[in-house]
Design a protein around this ligand. Structure first.
Ligand SMILES: NC(=O)c1ccc[n+]([C@@H]2O[C@H](COP(=O)([O-])OP(=O)(O)OC[C@H]3O[C@@H](n4cnc5c(N)ncnc54)[C@H](OP(=O)(O)O)[C@@H]3O)[C@@H](O)[C@H]2O)c1
Length: 259
């Protein structure tokens, strides 16, 4: 994998960080992107300690077209031609639709959906320019397929549904160039996004509720969806494109009726 260059957006924490570190251990050269310069520098340092041939942290807001183009330029200059992308940066603004401001809606769509488009577009441009085969993994969610019974996920669900549709279209459009495009579907995962804005008591209560509801009886560790991402990026998945790899502890397999 030492000639494989992976760029991870939202790599400063959670699932993105886990993917960057697992990829580093597997020999990828890794570019880690997020808005916080400190967090991406920290993860790039960890990746280097784990043996990444080269790792770089780049502060980048994926909602900015200019910032995304500039970040890919820096990544390729430092690491070589890109061969893999994990388009993962995401936020959530839980609020019932009638209480959701246009500003909040726009923030979620801009980060999750437009940010994914901008990073995929730049990755495709890089791969077409270098003539390399490549692999893109997008980050979807069970919210792309079913409503959360907790409620209030309208902007998040719309953004993730868009990501799933974008993934299928890109997979078909770029198959002829040898570029594969898939999506991972992490279930409830133990990351800062899951616990954002909750007090300790609320967090404990949510962990209990989720553990009762999830068929496998617990949240995922970030390394678990990360392993699914690494598989999608690998040669073992060479005939897989346009697919969702669900890593959700059984959430989507279960109807939430108590009858
Ligand atoms: N946790 C779950 O249960 C779960 C389940 C299904 C899917 N997912 C998806 O998994 C992905 C990663 O989430 P996570 O759970 O690992 O949460 P997380 O730990 O909060 O990670 C989100 C990452 O995205 C970055 N980010 C946010 N806005 C950004 C922007 N505008 N530009 C660049 N980076 C940005 C954050 O860093 P900065 O704030 O420094 O930018 C952070 O590094 C998201 O797409 C999420 O929807 C999560």
């Amino acid at each position: 994998m030492t000639d494989s260059v992976l760029l991870v957006t939202g790599g400063g924490s959670g699932i993105g960080r886990a993917v960057a570190l697992l990829a580093a251990k597997s020999g990828f050269r890794v570019a880690v992107l997020a808005r916080s310069a400190d967090s991406v520098r920290g993860v790039a340092d960890e990746a280097s300690r784990l043996g990444a041939p080269k790792a770089v942290g780049i502060a980048c807001d994926v909602t900015s077209e200019e910032a995304v183009v500039a970040a890919f330029d820096v990544a390729e200059e430092r690491l070589g031609p890109l061969s893999a992308l994990f388009a993962n940066a995401g936020i959530e603004q839980p609020r019932l639709a009638h209480e959701l401001s246009l500003e909040m809606w726009n923030a979620v769509i801009a980060t999750n959906l437009t940010g994914t488009f901008l990073t995929c577009r730049q990755a495709l441009r890089c791969m077409l320019k270098s003539g390399r085969r490549g692999s893109l993994v997008l980050c979807s969610s069970p919210a792309s397929f079913a409503a959360f019974s907790g409620g209030g996920a309208s902007s998040y669900s719309a953004s993730k549904g868009g990501i799933s549709s974008l993934m299928r279209t890109l997979a078909v459009d770029y198959a002829k160039y040898g570029i594969r495009v898939n999506a991972v579907v992490p279930g409830a995962t133990d990351t800062p996004l899951t616990w954002a804005g909750l007090s300790r008591d609320q967090k404990d209560a949510l962990r209990r509720t989720l553990s009762e509801e999830i068929p496998l009886g617990r949240l995922a560790d970030p390394e678990e969806p990360a392993e699914a991402v690494l598989w999608l990026l690998s040669e073992q998945a060479r005939y897989v494109t346009g697919s969702h790899l669900v890593c959700d502890g059984g959430i989507l397999a279960k109807a939430s009726i108590s009858a």
